[in-house]
Design a protein around this ligand. Sequence first.
Ligand code: HEM
Length: 221
Amino acid sequence: MAAQRELMARMAHLVAERRAAPGPDAVSRLLAHPAGYTDDELTAELIVVLGGGNQPTGEWIGNALRLMLTDERFSASFAGARSSVRAALNEVLWEDTPTQIHAGRFAVHDTELGGRRIGRGDMVLLGLSGANQDPSVRAGVPAEGNNAHLSFSHGAHRCPFPAQDIAETVAATAVEILLDRLPDAELAVAPRELRWRPSPWVRGVSSLPVTFTPVSPRGDS
Ligand code: HEM
């Protein structure tokens, strides 16, 4: 709770700062939007963006790096793996998707799903990772070249397509730049020592320690 209060206070401070002195940044643009956010509304909105946009994109990057550092299909050629970055990102969406369970949906009418009665007003937890692992869906279909996972959810409130594109561009760029700058990066611990964050909602490694040759600012190592 203390951390949540601290986060709210910092976001509120940022909103107040940008309200007083707008700049070329996302917060200022949201403040200028015709929807007319109040400071309180925008503060809450930014925290949703942080949890809903920033965190899954960060976990996507980390999980793809974990895969590339631990799976010999990728790790054998980590330095030359630029071409397989998109394949690794896609495989992560099937096997270790950042948003494992999505909460905060409520049934708008009584219905039945998979033989279970769901009452109007019941909260529904979307088991996106479970859906991706469903053997009747996977049925031996390889992940490669297959984008039919539910990692961005589905329907009117799925992750908007432009957001998916932005997230993929951010994630692919992050991994590619890392490969360029630290081509000899190697996992510093045994893969089995890596720990997933203790969360039912989010999948990501708590840390990903690596060794690498530092590069000086002048470019020589
Ligand atoms: C730049 C990064 C991202 C932005 C700006 C973003 C934005 C959004 C927004 C605005 C929504 C709400 C849509 C609505 O309620 O109508 C949403 C939903 C969602 N996003 Fe994203 N997103 C980002 C990255 C990601 C990533 C990397 C993942 C997972 C791989 C993801 C998974 C989801 C899921 C599962 C939902 C919930 C859909 C539902 O309620 O069924 N998003 N996103």
